[in-house]
Design a protein around this ligand. Structure first.
Ligand SMILES: Cc1cc2nc3c(=O)[nH]c(=O)nc-3n(C[C@H](O)[C@H](O)[C@H](O)COP(=O)(O)OP(=O)(O)OC[C@H]3O[C@@H](n4cnc5c(N)ncnc54)[C@H](O)[C@@H]3O)c2cc1C
Length: 378
């Protein structure tokens, strides 16, 4: 594939064209760097994901990409272990829904429009650093002054940098054709807090598809599968047409997990930047990818260190907060359900986080929240 090898040294090579990688490639190209973006998959490619965009995600995508939003949601419904439902409706929508296939393809196209070269179907097998970073790929060797690793959960770049996971989940998901009788669900999301510690289930609507999934700590796949079956039954979707069934691991970083090794920096899921409680990751991918693109275009040691500092200052506190809230949720799911689903304060905070008006870190800095967390010893 000549586009991969026809330049002797690229300023920036980005591995992985998810939200993190395509944002990084677009921003570095906009700043004048020669940028190669590669992905092992052929695009458009499917990604197991709810496709829910919170306000912070919307803030970090070019306006043209918002044409891929399929639904805007103004209602949230909760159950605890399949019990009775509580719902909350806002006058204005607070979450946007995308199909990742279309969303990620549009982000990669935006990178190309900014001047990046995108080659799909190229797998990176290993990295080494000499005078430049050398990537061994399925299409030969590529050299770069800086590499941005955006190759997702447990990818080659994260392993090269030494990313350490603080926890790993297994998620199972179905894409189900929305039965005509359930079209009324098109503007609502539905969550169930599960029986196993830290588990939950979701139903996210798209144009004519319901994304239905469950997530819980990796290690009991049969229990995770049973939870998915129960959830599908609870939604009245047993027997509905399943367009796709898939599974994916999700992981979040330990507090001291590295973000850089030499001239390689990692972003998004490759750096395990994910909220441990909600498992929201697209906003982390878009933000860290954007900052990585800026840093790589800057090129110097200071710029790469600046990327690390920014992630530690702006994203790590939310991951720490999510980790504390996950502990509370694991120990006291009823209490969490009561607060979020049945109290005005809890549902207001939930909506504010979805809108991007508050972060988990800002919520737990509040003195009432600090007091409550001390009471439950989290
Ligand atoms: C079931 C599930 C539901 C989720 N729902 C939501 C949600 O509703 N909202 C939300 O905000 N977050 C959600 N997340 C998290 C979200 O999906 C991720 O955080 C997000 O996709 C991270 O983006 P990324 O660009 O870092 O990685 P990815 O989107 O995973 O992209 C990585 C890319 O790297 C490529 N790649 C991998 N290895 C190589 C290689 N060796 N060489 C070349 N290319 C390679 C892959 O093909 C892929 O295209 C969910 C996660 C799961 C598992």
């Amino acid at each position: 594939m000549s586009a991969v090898t026809d330049q002797s040294v690229w300023d920036v090579v980005v591995v992985g064209a998810g939200p993190a990688g395509s944002s990084a490639a677009r921003v570095a190209a906009e700043r004048g760097s020669t940028v190669l973006l590669v992905d092992r998959a052929r695009f458009p490619r499917y990604k197991t994901c709810g496709g829910g965009l919170i306000g912070l995600s919307i803030d970090y995508v070019p306006a043209s990409i918002l044409a891929t939003v399929e639904q805007r949601v103004d209602t949230v419904r909760f159950t605890l272990r399949g019990g009775s439902a509580t719902s909350h409706t806002e006058s204005q929508s607070f979450l946007s829904m995308v199909q990742r296939e279309r969303f990620d393809d549009a982000l990669a196209s935006a990178a190309v429009a900014a001047g990046a070269t995108f080659v799909d179907g190229v797998q990176v097998k290993s990295l080494r650093e000499d005078e430049f970073v050398v990537l061994d790929t399925s299409h030969g060797e590529i050299s770069a002054r800086t590499v941005i690793g955006a190759d997702g959960t447990n990818g080659r770049c994260g392993r090269y940098v030494g990313v350490t996971p603080g926890g790993v989940d297994l998620a199972l998901e179905l894409e189900i054709t929305t039965p005509t009788a359930l079209r009324r669900w098109n503007d609502e999301v539905f969550f169930d807090w599960g029986e196993d510690a830290g588990s939950y289930a979701w139903m996210f609507p798209k144009d004519d598809i319901l994304t239905v999934g469950v997530i819980q700590a990796k290690g009991s796949p049969d229990a995770t599968r049973r939870y998915l079956d129960r959830w599908v039954g609870q939604l009245g979707l047993a027997g509905a047409t399943v367009e796709r069934s898939s599974g994916h691991l999700a992981q979040w970083r330990t507090d001291d997990s590295p973000l850089r090794r030499g001239r390689v920096i990692v972003t998004g899921d490759a750096a395990a930047l994910l909220d441990p409680w909600t498992r929201e990751g697209i906003s982390f991918a878009l933000r860290s990818g954007t900052w990585a693109g800026e840093a790589a275009a800057g090129g110097g040691e200071e710029a790469l260190d600046g990327y690390v500092d920014r992630v530690l200052a702006d994203l790590a506190p939310d991951i720490r907060a999510g980790s504390r809230l996950l502990r509370v949720f694991e120990r006291h799911p009823r209490l969490v359900h009561l607060v979020i689903a049945n109290s005005a304060v809890g549902s207001r905070l939930f909506i504010a986080v979805c809108r991007g008006e508050k972060t988990l870190a800002s919520i737990i800095r509040n003195r009432f929240a600090r007091f409550a967390l001390r009471l439950v010893r989290a």
